[in-house]
Design a protein. Sequence first.
Length: 192
Amino acid sequence: MIEVSCFHSHYIRGPVNFTFIKYKKFIKIILQKKKVIIEIENLKNYGILFNFYMNSLLCTEDTSKIIQLIDRDDKIIYGISTMKYINTICFIDDYECVILETNSYRNPLLSQEPKRESSIKKQNKFFKMISYYGMNDYIKYPIYYIEDFLYEMISKLNMEQIIQYEKQIYIICCLRSFNKDIYMNIMKFIKV
């Protein structure tokens, strides 16, 4: 099954859009109309791309759903529902439609899987473009986005939910620290 996820950031200088189209064996990564194809197994070797992919999964509402829109010329264009990151307010609470950059007139869920990976030369150019965006304040390092996302989600939780999560974390720590008998007695008192 084909999955489409998107991470849209408007950090300091301008908007940057990462779109990930995951096939069975390959993943197509699109950054500002430039694309590269990498095997899914090799994605973990590229830390920055893997982290941006994780960001896109966190921000995308539904990876199996594409939104159809009509442009000015009455042509159908495609987008995906995602949370946008904006520098001044971090993540926007609502999901918004982000237009797919390349081939926005084609539905990516109906596309065919690529036959091979992009060449090393093309991959290197792609990584140079990512580092250019990073050095010129178009994007931050991906881990900062994850921290901001988690902070936003935690701030929405009420105190009761936070206490429940803390209890679960405490129980897991007790299970690692003590034997099963002590763990069962702690469970009785906490009543999770």
